[in-house]
Write a protein that binds this ligand. Structure first.
Ligand SMILES: Nc1ncnc2c1ncn2[C@@H]1O[C@H](COP(=O)(O)OP(=O)(O)OP(=O)(O)O)[C@@H](O)[C@H]1O
Length: 459
C-alpha cells in the first residue's frame, strides 16, 4: 500500500495542521441540523480537505456518499446518486449520510452542464449534511457558493510537517537524517501528499536515507505544471532540470506550450515577449512534424526549444508571472458552455411546444426571445428556465439573474403563505388529503406543458 493511503488520517485528531479549520468542521458536524448550510472546504491540493471530511464522518458515525468529477456529473447522475441519498435515510443504520461533492470547482463543460443546477436543487432539498470540496472557492459556481459557508484549509508549514514525516519514518523502521526531513518538508511547500510521496519515492529499496537520496521531483504532478512554468520563467534553473521537470508533468507537450504562452505574454519588454513566442512557435512546428511524420525524435527538440529558449529569453527579467491555465482553454470552455445552454433551451422549447428542435432554432427562437423579453417571468415559470437560459433569450445576464432571484423570492413567500394557511385550516383529514392532491396535480408535467403552450399562444 502506498504511504499516502496508509497514513491518511483516520480521525480528526490525526489531521495535522489547519487546527482552526478542523475545529470549525467538527462544530458544524456536531451541531448539524436541517437548517445548517453546507460547508465548502477549499484550499490547495494535498492538505487534508478530503481526509478531514472522511475523518469527520468516521468520528460522528456517519455514512459517506462521495461524488467526484470523474463521475460525469450530469444532472441525472447527481440526482440519482446524491438526490436520493440526501433525502432518504441510510440503509446501514448510520445516523446520517454525509454527501461529499469533491472537485466542486470542476463543474464545467458538457457533462456538468445542468450539474450546477442539480447541486443547487440538492442543497435546497437535502435532509442530509453536505460538504463540498474545491481547490479554488471562486472556481465554484456562484449560485452554489452563495448557499454554502466556507472554511479555508491552508498550506501546512514545514515545521508542522517535519514531525509527521519523522513519525512515518519511525513506523516504517526507516533511518532518515534530519537534513533529509527538512528538505522534504520545505520542498513540499505545504502539500502533505507531496511530502509523503517524496519520502516514499526516496525510500524505495532502502532502510536509511540521507539528504542526497531525496528525489524532490516526486512532487504531485498536478502542481508540477505550475512549477515547470515558474522555473522556466525564472531563467535561473539549469537546462537538464527543466527537461526532467517537463517529463514529469502530466500535461502533453502541446499543452505545456500553451501554458508557457499564457505566461510569456506577460513580459513587459517587447523583445522578451517576441523572442519567447518565436521559440514556442518553433517548438510547436516541431511537434506538428512529430505527429504528421510519426518521427518521435523531433519531440525531444520541441521540448528543448520550448524550455531552454523561453528560459533564456526570460533570464534576468525579474518578472513575477501569474500562472494560470491558457486563456484559449477558458474561451473554448465558454463557447462549449454557450452551446450547451442553447441546446438545452432548444430542447425545453421543443418539448413544451411540440415542435422539432430544428424548427425552434430556425423559426421560433426569435419570436420566443421577443416575447420572453416582454414578459420574462411568465416564460421562466412556464418553461422552468434557469438564469443562463433566460440570459440567452433576453441577452442580458444581470437582468436574467435578477429576474430569477425575484421569482425565487416570490416562490418562497408563496410557500410560506401556503404553510401558514395549512396551519390555520381546521385539521380535517379529508381536507388535508385534498390539499396534498392539489399540490401533486399542480406539479404534473402535463399541466406544465399546457402552461408553457398557453404562455406562447396567449400573446
Ligand atoms: N492534514 C493532514 N494530516 C495528515 N495527512 C494528510 C493531511 N493532509 C493530507 N495528508 C496526506 O495526503 C493525502 C491526501 O490528502 P487529501 O486527499 O485529504 O488532500 P486534499 O486536500 O483533499 O487534496 P485534493 O484537493 O487534491 O483532493 C492523505 O492520504 C494523507 O496521506
Amino acid at each position: 500500500m502506498d504511504w499516502v493511503e496508509k497514513y491518511r488520517p483516520k480521525t480528526l485528531a490525526d489531521v495535522i495542521g489547519n487546527q482552526s479549520a478542523v475545529h470549525e468542521l467538527l462544530e458544524w458536524g456536531k451541531g448539524w441540523t436541517i437548517q445548517k448550510k453546507p460547508l465548502l472546504l477549499y484550499g490547495k491540493p494535498g492538505i487534508g480537505k478530503t481526509s478531514a471530511a472522511y475523518a469527520l464522518a468516521r468520528d460522528l458515525g456517519w455514512e459517506i456518499i462521495e461524488l467526484n468529477a470523474s463521475d460525469q456529473r450530469t444532472k441525472g447522475v447527481i440526482e440519482r446518486i446524491a438526490g436520493s441519498s440526501s433525502t432518504t435515510a441510510s440503509l446501514s443504520g448510520a445516523l446520517r449520510r454525509l454527501i461529499l461533492l469533491d472537485e466542486a470547482d470542476n463543474l464545467e463543460g458538457n457533462a456538468d452542464r445542468g450539474g450546477a443546477k442539480a447541486i443547487v436543487d440538492i442543497i435546497k432539498k437535502s435532509r442530509q449534511p453536505i460538504l463540498l470540496i474545491a481547490n479554488d472557492a471562486y472556481g465554484v459556481a456562484p449560485e452554489i457558493r452563495r448557499l454554502c459557508d466556507q472554511v479555508q484549509f491552508r498550506a501546512v508549514p514545514a515545521r508542522t510537517l517535519a514531525p509527521h514525516l519523522k513519525f512515518i519514518c519511525a513506523t516504517e523502521g526507516l533511518d532518515c537524517d534530519a537534513d533529509a526531513i527538512r528538505i522534504i518538508a520545505e520542498e513540499a511547500q505545504g502539500d502533505i501528499r507531496s511530502a509523503v510521496n517524496m519520502l516514499f519515492g526516496s525510500a524505495v529499496g532502502k532502510d536509511r536515507i540521507s539528504h542526497s537520496d531525496i528525489r524532490v521531483h516526486q512532487k504531485d504532478s498536478r502542481s508540477s505544471i505550475f512549477d515547470m512554468v515558474a522555473k522556466t520563467l525564472s531563467g535561473s534553473t539549469d537546462d537538464n532540470s527543466l527537461i526532467m521537470l517537463s517529463r514529469e508533468v502530466d500535461d502533453t507537450p502541446d499543452a505545456q506550450i500553451q501554458w508557457l504562452e499564457s505566461a510569456v505574454i506577460q513580459h513587459r519588454e517587447v523583445w522578451r515577449r517576441t523572442l519567447s513566442l518565436c521559440y514556442l512557435s518553433r517548438a510547436d512546428s516541431y511537434l506538428g512534424r512529430t505527429f504528421s511524420r510519426q518521427y518521435y525524435t523531433l519531440w525531444r527538440y520541441a521540448s528543448a526549444i520550448m524550455l531552454i529558449g523561453t528560459s533564456a529569453a526570460s533570464a534576468g527579467s525579474g518578472l513575477r508571472v501569474k500562472i494560470s491555465p491558457p486563456d484559449r482553454w477558458k474561451r473554448m470552455g465558454l463557447a462549449r458552455r454557450q452551446k450547451t445552454i442553447r441546446l438545452s433551451l432548444l430542447n425545453r422549447c421543443s418539448q413544451a411546444y411540440h415542435v422539432p428542435e430544428k424548427t425552434v432554432s430556425d423559426e421560433y427562437l426569435t419570436p420566443i426571445a421577443l416575447l420572453a423579453d416582454a414578459s420574462p417571468d411568465r416564460f421562466v415559470r412556464a418553461l422552468n428556465l434557469d438564469a443562463d437560459q433566460l440570459a440567452l433569450l433576453i441577452h442580458d445576464k444581470a437582468r436574467a439573474s435578477a429576474i430569477l432571484k425575484e421569482i425565487e423570492k416570490q416562490d418562497k413567500e408563496e410557500e410560506k403563505r401556503k404553510a401558514a394557511q395549512k396551519v390555520a385550516m381546521p385539521k380535517l383529514p379529508e381536507e388535508e388529503m385534498d390539499t396534498s392532491h392539489r399540490d401533486t396535480v399542480e406539479k404534473t408535467p402535463e399541466k406544465k406543458k399546457t402552461e408553457a403552450q398557453s404562455t406562447l399562444f396567449s400573446f
